[in-house]
Design a binder for this molecule. Structure first.
Ligand SMILES: [Zn+2]
Ligand SMILES: [Zn+2]
Length: 95
């Protein structure tokens, strides 16, 4: 294969991975807008008594963090963790 063609093939492969990641992120973003996720999120917030499970903060915006994405769409309470924004940021910085 001529050198210039080889280079192009490599680039296409990288673009595909990038596109795939973009699509996955988009799907995840969409999932977070579904009534299903909103119900799961509310159930989890209630279970945590509307408090951050890391620092106990409750007078703030709380996120429901995925400990992993293996059960996406059928999350159990143990798959999720209620975190305030700073603790949520820390959780993602670690992983
Ligand atoms: Zn916190
Ligand atoms: Zn998270």
């Amino acid at each position: 294969m001529p050198a210039h063609k080889k280079k192009k093939a490599k680039k296409n492969k990288r673009d595909f991975a990038g596109e795939l990641l973009k699509t996955v992120r988009l799907l995840y973003k969409f999932y977070l807008t579904t009534p299903h996720w909103k119900a799961v999120r509310m159930r989890r917030l209630r279970a945590a008594h509307f408090q951050c499970e890391e620092c106990g903060e409750h007078k703030t915006i709380l996120d429901v963090h995925h400990l992993h994405y293996r059960s996406l769409g059928r999350e159990k309470n143990k798959d999720l963790k209620v975190l305030c924004r700073p603790c949520h940021k820390d959780a993602h910085a670690k992983s």
